[in-house]
Write a protein that binds this ligand. Structure first.
Ligand code: PRP
Length: 442
């Protein structure tokens, strides 16, 4: 078995799951914390997008007659109260652009009733509920996770008002349910999921700063998501707090040269490892020390080489050498001139480059002009377009557009997509002049 692009590998299919489909926003938080208000605000602000709001409450298990007879003893604040498998299958279906039937849970009878709600696929799904971050498979499907963090006394006051005035329940029952289930449920199951949120919203009335923050974050993420949907050969590394933390350090103008190099090197290593995952592989079986057979894969390292774009691209060479022993690395120097555009000044490439897969190294993709120059040279040398993998740390959408439109078969692997370019064609938010910061020439 051999794959030319690694499309069969689990790593790549998980990247695709996260970047090429419907955009899912999860909104979690305690009961009566203001999740519905947050969903309303997001819906208003994302005009022009088709949005579906789903509530986790639609996925409550219907109660048997036996449980119904003791409904006040039933814990609606426990993860087991929800049909999570059904929620997962609906969400997966919608994420892939298919319809889904959403259960219709009746709060008066505590039964699932007909008809179910048929939901068509949309641009955005907002899933809200107390425990939407509890199951890792559901978290995995979310592009943005928000946690509405409201003081316990405010939540209790909202809940009393809602359950007595709006639902007609008596206060004693409401308070009993709160102390028996709602409060412990929050402490045991809901609060521990706060750590999975991208943004924790300190909720209160007229919290304009929080609203702006949420909407800006969602729009940034959606811009990235849209461009990934558009270009199937663009692979954005799955973001983790480790990766975001490192990007935060190297983007910070106050970071010392020493730290910049240290964290840039760590990130570059990850980008290189990701890029290598797109190389062809073939199946390989090995015997383990326990005499078991392991069916794995092996990469054909002899068919690859690196090409760095001087000078920032040279910062990526060590990571490539560390991953691929003895790899040949060619060099390209492109001179940027505002008047004359880009000029190729120097190139020295492996003689048999046309037979190799090429990992093109440059940490920044801005307008895309340098990348286009470098790629066109590789094509002139006979490298098939589909054999080029362009590795970088950050990419501006303008550069991605230019490279992907001209060379639809090359692959781009990047750690993050930027907001755009400023009037000087510098990447925003960016990290300044990478070469100067990495080599200490400022
Ligand atoms: O997409 P573009 O608009 O062409 O810009 C990207 C180029 O700019 C940076 O190099 P820079 O000119 O800063 O040179 P350096 O690597 O020598 O610092 C970067 O390393 C790319 O090569």
């Amino acid at each position: 078995m051999e794959s030319s692009s690694g499309k069969n590998s689990p790593e790549i299919s998980s990247m695709e799951n996260n970047s090429k489909q419907t955009f899912i926003i999860g909104v979690a938080g305690g009961s009566a914390s203001g999740k519905t208000t947050v969903c309303d605000i997001i819906t208003q602000q994302l005009q022009g997008q088709q949005i579906i709001v789903l509530s986790q409450e639609s996925f409550y298990h219907g109660l048997s007659e036996q449980k119904l007879s003791r409904v006040h003893q039933y814990n609606f604040d426990h993860p087991d109260a929800f049909n999570t498998e059904r929620l997962l299958s609906c969400l997966r279906s919608l994420k892939c652009g298919n319809e889904a039937n959403i259960p219709n849970y009746d709060f008066k009878t505590h039964k699932n009733v007909s008809p179910e709600r048929k939901v068509s696929p949309s641009d955005v799904i907002i899933l809200e509920g107390i425990l939407v971050f509890h199951d890792p498979r559901i978290r995995e499907l979310m592009n943005v996770k928000l946690f509405v963090d409201t003081d316990a006394d405010v939540r209790l006051a909202h809940r009393i008002y809602r359950d007595t005035v709006e639902k007609g329940r008596d206060i004693t029952t409401v308070l009993e349910q709160y102390s028996k289930f709602v409060k412990p449920g929050y402490q045991d199951f809901i609060a521990p999921t706060k750590k999975y949120a991208d943004i924790i919203i300190p909720w209160g009335r007229n919290n304009q700063v929080a609203i702006d923050l949420i909407v800006q974050h969602i729009k940034t993420k959606m811009g990235q998501h849209d461009i990934c949907k558009f270009y199937s050969n663009l692979y954005v590394m799955q973001s983790t707090f480790q990766i975001r933390g490192m990007l935060t350090i190297i983007r910070d103008a106050c970071t010392s040269k020493h730290d910049f190099v240290f964290y840039a090197d760590r990130l570059i290593r990850l980008v290189v490892e990701n890029g290598l995952g797109h190389l062809p592989f073939k199946e390989k079986q090995v015997n383990t020390p326990t005499s078991a057979v392991y069916i794995g894969v092996e990469f054909r390292r002899e068919t690859i080489c690196g090409v760095s774009v001087i000078r920032s691209g040279e910062s990526m060479e060590n990571a490539l050498r560390a991953c691929c022993k003895g790899i040949k690395i060619g060099k390209i120097l492109i001179h940027k001139d505002a008047g004359e555009g880009e000029q190729l000044i120097y190139q020295h490439l492996p003689k048999d480059i046309a037979e190799r897969h090429v990992l093109l190294l440059d940490p920044i993709l801005a307008t895309g002009n340098s990348a286009v120059q470098a790629i066109s040279l590789l094509l002139e040398k006979g490298v098939p377009e589909s054999n080029i993998i362009f590795l970088n740390l950050i990419s501006a959408p303008q550069g991605i557009d230019m490279v992907c439109k001209r060379y639809p078969r090359i692959k781009i692997v990047t750690a993050e997509i930027e907001l755009g370019l400023n009037e000087n064609c510098h990447v925003i938010p960016g990290m300044g002049d990478f070469g100067d910061r990495y080599f200490g020439t400022y």
